[in-house]
Design a protein around this ligand. Structure first.
Ligand code: CA
Length: 428
């Protein structure tokens, strides 16, 4: 899930609309004594909540904690509105990265790096470079400034009752109840995004239980109030996710004139093998290459017209935080700049956002022409890119697997022509 989007949506969230017009006045505690565990007035929510409360108690969670957490709980309609939001245009990777790796963020990141006395100790203990942690902190909450102020349990219960991601939401609610039972944080402290991401580095409750650490030594894992705890917790999450000490995350490469673009998202090989294939480092490493023995895959986030990168294992550790190429690349690139690296050698091209119809039409055209892109869902994922590369190759085009507006138009035209050229046999 794109936590950045959650954050932006959180910030854009409307004020609490209060009870709907015509709703009965709230009954006093006396009339309701003893209050039922769940009676929000929303039938679906209440049915789910009663069933969940039963299951939670039967699974061994303390009865008093569960009943107290669910007493008076109501669904939050804002959460459903935010969850149901489907943008018409997918945001181009280059737009996202331009908006994320800004001069202002770089300057702030450099300042933070110098100001945070605990950072070298975090780097030493977890093996994750400070600039990576600072970049995550910047992207998630603007250095702790925008953590989200939603009641995390209420949001998760709303999502669980709605049902689309019930298993995930119930798992997170179980983690919230375990946090409450432990006494480590109070219900009032469990604030975050509408999707349940909490604190300065936006941890889901299950991630908090698994990865959060008390680094400032006050006995509490305070990812909300303590930058040391928040950044050390992020470092621990990455370490658990496979971060390898001393290794790079990506490397920009320049492609020779006869480079086979079909190798994108393909083999994993060493920088020397990539050099032999025509992909050389944009900024050659000084001295001994720390990546000499590491295997990397090559990607072209904006096709042949944009920058090319080798992705090492540590890039995929960042994706444990948020499984999105754009997110992990933006974090890595921001970290590079905070570390003092120059801007990319190849600039990002201007991308035209494609509408949902552009994308699904292209997928249907590929399928109709015999290049299987998987389901026509408008998501240009690995299967669609593979199909696109095969089609480009068959047509003598640069096989970079990158869908532009021009290619979408060409695919649409070709699919229409193929239907007219090959009508069904008479009688069928
Ligand atoms: Ca602490």
């Amino acid at each position: 899930m794109d936590r950045r989007a959650f954050l932006l949506l959180t910030l854009a969230g409307a004020a609490d609309p209060g009870p709907p017009p015509g709703a009965p006045p709230a009954l006093s505690a006396d009339i309701l004594a003893p209050p039922p565990a769940v009676a929000s007035g929303d039938e679906r929510f209440d049915a789910w909540a009663r069933d969940y409360v039963d299951r939670a108690i039967r699974s061994g969670l303390p009865k008093d904690v569960v009943r107290k957490a669910f007493a008076g709980l109501t669904p939050d309609s804002r959460v459903l509105a935010l969850d149901g939001r489907q943008p018409e245009f997918a945001r181009p990777v280059s737009d996202y990265i331009r908006a994320t790796v800004t001069d202002e963020r770089i300057a702030q990141g450099i300042e933070k790096r110098q100001a945070l006395g605990f950072l070298p100790a975090v780097e030493d203990r977890f093996g994750v470079p400070g600039p990576i942690l600072i970049a995550i902190w910047a992207v998630e909450t603007a250095y702790g400034a925008h953590q989200g102020d939603f009641d995390v349990l209420r949001c998760l219960a709303t999502l669980a009752a709605e049902g689309r991601r019930r298993d995930w939401a119930e798992d997170q609610i179980g983690s919230v109840l375990r946090i409450l039972a432990s006494g480590e944080a109070s219900r009032a402290q469990l604030r975050g995004s509408w999707a349940g991401a909490m604190g300065q580095t936006q941890f889901e409750p299950s991630e908090y239980l698994r990865s959060a650490v008390d680094f400032d030594g006050d006995g509490r894992r305070d990812i909300w109030g303590s930058p040391a705890d928040a950044l050390a917790s992020a470092a621990n999450l990455l370490a658990i996710g496979g971060w390898r000490r001393g290794e790079p995350w990506h490397r920009e490469v320049l492609l020779g004139p006869r480079f086979d673009y079909g190798l994108a998202e393909g083999p994993k090989q060493t920088p020397a093998d990539w050099r032999a294939a025509g992909a050389r480092a944009a900024v050659p490493p000084l001295g001994e290459d720390p990546a000499a023995a590491l295997e990397a895959e090559l990607i072209l986030p904006t096709g042949a017209a944009g920058p090319a990168f080798l992705l090492f294992a540590n890039h995929f550790a960042i994706r444990k935080y948020n499984n999105s190429l754009a997110y992990a690349l933006a974090v890595g690139l921001l970290a590079d700049r905070i570390s003092g690296a120059p801007p990319l050698t190849t600039p990002w091209p201007k991308e035209t956002p494609l509408s949902l119809a552009d994308r699904t039409d292209a997928q249907e055209a590929l399928a109709g022409l015999g290049f299987d892109p998987g389901a026509a869902d408008g998501v240009i994922g690995a299967n669609t890119r593979t199909a696109l590369r095969a089609w480009q190759k068959a047509r003598g085009l640069t096989a970079d697997g990158y869908l532009t507006a021009d290619l979408a138009a060409r695919l649409r035209a070709e699919a229409i022509l193929s239907i007219h050229a090959d009508p069904p046999a008479p009688g069928r």
